[in-house]
Design a protein. Structure first.
Length: 406
């Protein structure tokens, strides 16, 4: 099979090497803005497209999970039952590359408990069985969130009734998967500085009814049902140098510090990492944030990695190089922190990415944010990821992975 990244040769750009890949990506802020506005390259300094392409490592065709596990890092992806059931080639690629499976929607509250105390675990069970049958770890996502919840959830005549909804949902769900889900996203996206609270907590139905203590309660309820599961606080928008990202990092750090001080059973931070191909990536703030989180005694999982090409140029070769560059730069940064031991992409193939719907391109071309293209061919992104895994330091073996699969 000829890997798609040989197409990188088609990116014949003037004066290669005049600026670095990273500078190239940075300059796209201007380029991207004009593309998004539907215009040509007016109003910006003429962009220089010279950059060194991603180098293709010798082990570029080794499955991602294997390259990662050589450094005691878990690699996996989110997926959905209907995709695995309807596309056997995709299912084969999933098994080849992934050591972790995360249900993209099947364990969200709206699916699991559409009516009060009436549970539907069939889609989640199908995925848990698929994972077990193929020697893949199964990770639950997500118990408490403000999105994809049924209309009744978080609404009742008393706070006590809302608390019962929350604890019953968590107890029943974690109990059902105890011993099968090695880890859970317990609380998702509880920080939002834009909501204006001094503690940066997001104003949700849960916060409104129960106050900030709902977060501690959620973790304790999950831990009671499965004391062995790795319980994760998961959030987005933490990666960049913007004021908003800095506020989000501050909010998350404050939250985690408070939880640890209260003895809350939280074991890891999940960094979603929905990245933008057009944003320049400066690693220093992220690196020190990761260190502060690790110093709290927490592990760090990259939980929903993808790189949006929404505002990148139309040329597929250029787009793929830039996306690959962001994968490599980001992973090189986060993997410098030894507490980061898990990398999960939000999907595996461009054919099924949520970004087709949530971040479509203005030119209506299909988006290309994931490791495999729409024909399930490996993209330059895989080379970027493997370069980052290759250059990362080894880690202690992961306790929850059977020794035979490490
Ligand atoms: C997304 C799914 O990928 C979509 O299929 C669904 O329609 C909406 O949710 N952050 C999260 C994920 O924590 O649950 C979201 O998943 C993506 C953003």
């Amino acid at each position: 099979m000829s890997p798609a990244w040989t197409k990188g040769a088609a990116v014949s750009l003037p004066q290669p090497g005049r600026i670095t890949r990273r500078q190239f990506v940075a300059r796209l802020g201007c380029f991207g803005a004009t593309v998004a506005a539907g215009g040509l390259l007016t109003g910006c300094a003429a962009p220089s497209f010279a950059f060194s392409p991603i180098s293709i490592p010798a082990n570029a065709s080794v499955p991602l999970k294997q390259v990662a596990s050589d450094k005691a890092i878990l690699f996996g992806a989110a997926t959905q039952q209907w995709i695995l059931q309807s596309d056997s080639e995709y299912a084969k690629d999933f098994v080849k590359h992934c050591g972790v499976l995360v249900p993209e929607n099947e364990l969200k509250w709206a699916t699991v408990e559409p009516q009060p105390n009436s549970f539907n675990f069939a889609p989640g069970d199908w995925l848990a069985d698929f994972a077990a049958a193929n020697g893949i770890l199964f990770r639950g996502h997500c118990l408490v969130w403000h999105n994809q919840i049924p209309s009744w959830a978080g609404r009742a005549t008393s706070a006590a009734a809302i608390q019962d909804q929350l604890t019953n949902h968590i107890s029943q769900t974690v109990r059902h998967y105890a011993g099968r889900a090695y880890s859970w996203d317990v609380v998702n996206e509880a920080i939002n500085p834009d909501d204006g609270r001094p503690d940066y907590l997001r104003k949700t139905v849960w916060l409104n009814a129960l106050g900030p203590a709902y977060i501690d309660l959620a973790f304790r309820t999950a831990a009671e049902e499965d004391p062995n599961a790795i319980l994760v606080y998961n959030d987005y928008g933490l990666e960049y140098e913007t004021g908003n990202a800095a506020a989000r990092r501050a909010g998350v750090l404050k939250l985690l510090t408070g939880l640890k001080a209260s003895g809350t059973p939280v074991h890891a931070l999940g960094i979603q990492a929905h990245l933008q191909g057009t944003d320049s990536f400066n690693s220093s703030s992220l690196a020190s944030f990761l260190k502060e989180v690790a110093d709290l005694g927490l592990k760090i999982f990259i939980t929903e990695l993808d790189v949006s090409d929404q505002r990148l140029p139309a040329d597929i070769g250029i787009r793929d190089e830039i996306v690959a560059d962001v994968y490599q730069q980001f992973l090189e940064t986060v993997l410098q922190e030894p507490a980061v031991n898990t990398v999960i992409t939000w999907g595996l193939s461009d054919k099924y990415t949520w970004l087709n719907q949530f971040s479509p391109r203005p030119d209506h071309q299909p988006v290309r944010p994931l490791p495999l293209d729409r024909s399930l061919q490996p993209k330059t992104a895989i080379a970027g990821m493997i370069n980052a895994f290759n250059s990362s330091a080894g880690r202690p073996p992961l306790p929850y992975v059977p020794a035979s699969t490490q």
